[in-house]
Design a protein around this ligand. Structure first.
Ligand code: ADP
Ligand code: MG
Ligand code: MG
Length: 899
């Protein structure tokens, strides 16, 4: 038999179930699941995602015979609903809903009220005795259908939705109406006719009056919306494969717009912003589906727990329809027990009767994810393993994110208040369009996206913005939903804000304040406050919940996590985040930035010295600085290993470039400025990244290596004498094979025995190399003869493997990602095909020579969850990353071990 293409649900039974998301999409699978739980769900059928793929491989034609199966399924739906599709007396109306495996909120299309036509209008009116409702539904169908099916799916993109919206606005203005609810049955009827004429005029085709044509068109359009611009864009960001496809659910309509005993709403079974165990939601009387999300009216609070400044004067469902609310509360607990997670639900009330239209695992902030995982663990809803899996590693970032400094917030000038939709703080320049946000970020600016409301077209701009501020919308609006998913600072519904996107400015109502493009603002997304100017931000202090969670995480973790730190301060921070040592200490940091004047000056002397004696003198002068730095860092990491990398950058990088610095050094060296310039020029390299650097410096000038090694061993000896437990490791950078390691090791051994003798101590250390050149990967077996550890320097290894300069890649990498030449930015996530393959080879060959070879990674990718997983699979002993990524890497490593 052919594959089953249609899955029915309704009347407390279903062909599918909630596990079948791949085939039925999240929406279809969970509707089936809710039916099986006995919840009130309008009957319907789901067409599988396989049909969507067939549709695409079939040149955008529906699979043959599919519509026949749909009509057969519709007969069952008709029976269950006791109505008939297209019937003049008792017409059934349906929606055609999109639904992918994972939720892509608002990115694909849905059409409501399908089946209304000239023939069924009178029947509907007779049945409901509510002509206003019927004509309102009719014009909604026309608007949605024209937009989704006739304009977008056909690839015309004539902006018909816009034209129709404008017509509605003009109509309202002419009659002095303020709200959609002011329009009468006759108004909607008149508008519906005008809409149809407009559609013919703009799109060149008639709005179809045949229900059969309507449904088939809608199904095709939903399939088509899988390949819509915004859906593709969203998939890119979220890393969702293109070949998943969407299912289509055709479902009997229920109506929240039938008058004052009808309503529609959305809710979360727990607070998605902070995770508190309260029922959280919004609803609108006499409205249909999307009105809540669209931010057209300020929605009412679901209950007391949901009341806030903006909506406290509005009736809650709890007050208005207590019995329906009670039923919903029961459903909430049934659903949480079944799904053992926080859910996001859609419901509609038709003449006092409650219907469930959707449920899915709800998006949440990092703070909420952590709190819910810990709460549900305590409630025994989930076990420890599940709790660990419930927080996405990247979400921890947000818990460690900066917040507004309370002192500076007190003095700041409050611009406006809104709803706290995404936590943390953000400072940036105001921009009023998604395009601008992308453009300005590309040139290195931090921006805040300020809009009336956001829509799915804005996702790219929302993604790059540091924060989002909207004047409309509630906690379940598009902006809030998307920002929360990303853990991005966001304020919505700031009613005092009058945003004029076309003029690229915003007014603060009742004041003379104007925010212009480029003005600097600060958002406090945790409170919902926006300020003028840049406020001071501070790191959020660690909370005990976080500590407790990380303790559980470490129970399951098998791979080590170290940090990349160049100073004792960084080392201390990383240690407090759980770092188990330093995987990369870069000696050269002491020549940059704060406090670097003196050592840098001595280094310059060394670089510009004309002979060995001059050079040796400068080197000797430098040694105490290096020793102090190394010692302080080993103190901060006492008892834990610290990997010191020998001097890596090309010397030219430190040469004095400005006339005053050149003059200064000329005086000390007793030579002319002219001579200094000549020596600086002699150091010039065409391609310094591949020039005289790393181990190559030590090969040419062994004294430089000797000095660093001596500094390290002396620091270690001193610490041993002080009763501490230093664990130094020496790492040789940019090696190409075994011989450099043998030569350098001889120097190390010589200094080692000198220092041990001098101090009368026994110093243990490890000797190893950084692997960052493809040749080294192939020669790993020989390198492991001398090296006791490898650490993959995946920044350089990626540069060398790709031939991409990391500093220049930003000019073309976006094109490589857009054109799908690359799936990910290889500088963020280890490229498994190329760089990853080299790592695998190096691990295998290295361990063949030395089975207990210690292997780690110290590139930027060490804090990237996907890369951490890769490292775990390849048997690495540890990953090393920047201090703030340490908790992320710990969680990612635990999750990798749980997989
Ligand atoms: P999305 O995936 O964008 O949320 P949905 O398929 O959920 O799209 O539909 C959009 C809106 O229409 C939602 O508010 C939903 O509750 C409502 N809706 C969909 N189908 C029906 C139906 N059969 N009866 C009533 N409302 C519906
Ligand atoms: Mg929905
Ligand atoms: Mg390097």
């Amino acid at each position: 038999m052919d594959k089953k293409r249609i899955y029915l649900f309704g009347d407390k039974t279903a062909d599918g179930n909630e596990k079948m998301k791949e085939l039925l999409g999240g929406k279809g699978a969970n509707l089936a699941g809710m039916c099986l739980l006995g919840l009130p769900v309008p009957a319907g059928l789901t067409i599988t995602t396989e049909c969507c793929n067939e549709y695409y491989s079939n040149n955008c034609q529906l699979p043959s015979g599919l519509m026949g199966e749909v009509w057969k399924g519709m007969e069952v739906v008709e029976k269950r609903m006791n109505m008939k599709y297209g019937d003049p007396d008792n017409p059934l109306l349906v929606s055609a809903r999109s639904g992918a495996r994972t939720s892509m909120p608002g990115m694909m299309d849905t059409v409501l009220n399908i089946g209304l036509c000239v023939a069924t209008l009178p029947g509907m009116i007779k049945k409901t005795n509510n002509p206003r409702f019927v004509y309102d539904s009719y014009r909604r169908l026309i608007m949605m259908y024209a937009d989704v099916v006739m304009d977008k799916a056909e690839g015309l993109d004539k902006g018909i939705r816009r034209s129709l919206d404008d017509m509605l606005e003009a109509y309202k203005e002419k009659r002095g109406y303020h709200s959609d609810t002011d329009l009468t049955a006759d108004d909607w009827k008149t508008l519906a006719e005008q809409f149809k004429a407009k559609i013919k005029e703009v799109l060149g085709t008639e709005f179809p009056d045949d229900p059969k044509v309507q449904l088939e068109g809608a199904i095709k359009a939903v399939f088509k919306s899988w390949d819509g611009k915004k859906a593709i864009s969203y998939r890119r960001i979220e890393g969702i494969p293109d070949d998943w496809g969407t299912a289509v659910t055709v479902q009997a309509m229920v109506f929240g717009n039938m008058g004052d005993t009808s309503a529609t709403g959305v809710a979360f079974t727990r607070d998605p912003a902070v995770g508190t165990n309260v029922f959280y939601g919004e609803w609108l009387i006499n409205a249909q589906g999307e009105d809540v999300v669209a931010g057209i009216r300020t929605p009412n609070p679901l209950n007391n727990d949901t009341k806030n400044e903006q909506n406290k004067h509005l009736h809650s469902l709890q007050e208005q329809m207590p019995d329906v609310y009670k039923e919903l509360v029961d459903i909430r607990s049934t659903l949480e027990k079944e799904f053992t997670d926080m859910l996001d639900i859609e419901f509609t009330i038709q003449e006092h009767k409650l219907y469930m239209l959707q449920c899915r695992v709800g998006k949440r902030t990092g703070t909420a994810a952590l709190n819910m995982a810990m709460d549900m663990l305590e409630e025994k809803l989930i076990d420890e393993k599940t709790a660990v899996k419930r927080v996405a590693p990247i979400q921890l970032d947000e818990l460690l994110h900066p917040i507004c400094d309370p002192a500076s917030e007190k003095e700041a000038k409050l611009l406006c208040k809104g709803l706290p939709a995404g936590p943390g703080a953000a400072v940036g320049k105001a921009v009023f369009s998604a395009e601008k946000a992308v453009e300005w970020t590309r040139r290195g600016e931090k921006v805040l996206l300020v809009r009336k409301e956001t829509n799915p077209e804005d996702v790219d701009g929302m993604r790059v913005s540091s924060g989002i501020l909207t004047s409309l919308g509630g906690m379940t609006s598009h902006a809030a939903l998307v920002a929360r998913g990303w853990g991005k600072c966001c304020i919505v519904g700031a009613g005092m804000l009058d945003v004029q996107e076309d003029k690229r400015l915003a007014y603060i109502k009742g004041t003379d304040i104007v925010i212009k493009e480029g003005d600097i603002l600060t958002l406090n997304g945790t409170k919902g406050h926006a300020y003028q100017g840049a406020l001071k931000l501070i790191e959020s202090s660690e909370n005990p919940r976080f500590q407790a969670f990380m303790k559980i995480v470490d129970k399951f973790r098998k791979m080590g996590v170290r940090t990349n730190a160049d100073t004792a301060e960084d080392a201390a921070i990383a240690r407090s985040f759980g770092a188990e040592g330093i995987g990369l200490f870069r000696t050269e940091h002491m020549f940059y930035g704060k406090g670097s004047d003196q050592p840098l000056f001595i280094l310059r002397k060394m670089i510009l010295s004309a002979n060995d004696e001059e050079r040796q003198n400068a080197i000797n002068e430098l040694e105490p600085f290096v020793r102090k730095d190394m010692k302080d860092t080993m103190i901060a990491m006492d008892g834990l290993p610290v990997t010191f990398r020998l001097l890596d950058p090309p010397l030219h990088e430190f040469a004095p470039q400005t006339p005053d610095k050149q003059e200064e050094i000329a005086k000390v060296l007793g030579i002319s400025v002219h001579e200094v310039v000549a020596r600086v020029n002699a150091l010039h390299e065409t391609n310094p990244m591949m020039g005289h650097r790393g181990v190559r410096l030590g090969i040419t000038y062994p004294a430089i290596t000797e000095m660093q090694v001596r500094a390290l061993f002396e620091a270690t000896a001193e610490l041993l004498k002080e009763g501490k437990s230093p664990k130094p490791e020496i790492m040789v950078p940019v090696t190409i094979g075994g011989r450099e390691l043998i030569i350098t090791r001889a120097t190390v051994d010589k200094i080692h025995s000198e220092v041990c003798q001098q101090f009368g101590v026994d110093i243990h250390f490890l000797y190893g190399t950084m692997i960052e050149i493809p040749r080294a990967c192939f020669l790993a077996d020989r390198m492991a003869k001398t090296a006791e550890f490898f650490s993959f320097g995946t920044n350089d290894l990626t540069q060398m493997t790709y031939g991409f300069s990391r500093d220049d890649a930003s000019t073309f990498l976006p094109d490589y990602l857009n054109k799908k030449i690359l799936d990910n930015d290889p500088f963020q996530t280890i490229d498994p095909k190329g760089v990853g393959e080299l790592i695998t080879i190096a691990c295998e060959r290295g361990r063949k020579t030395r089975p207990n070879l210690k292997i780690g990674i110290c590139g930027e990718q060490g804090g990237d969850p996907k890369s951490v997983q890769f490292c775990y699979k390849n048997g690495l002993n540890y990953v090393s990353c920047s201090p703030f990524r340490v908790p992320i890497a710990r969680l990612a490593a635990a999750q990798a071990a749980l997989e």
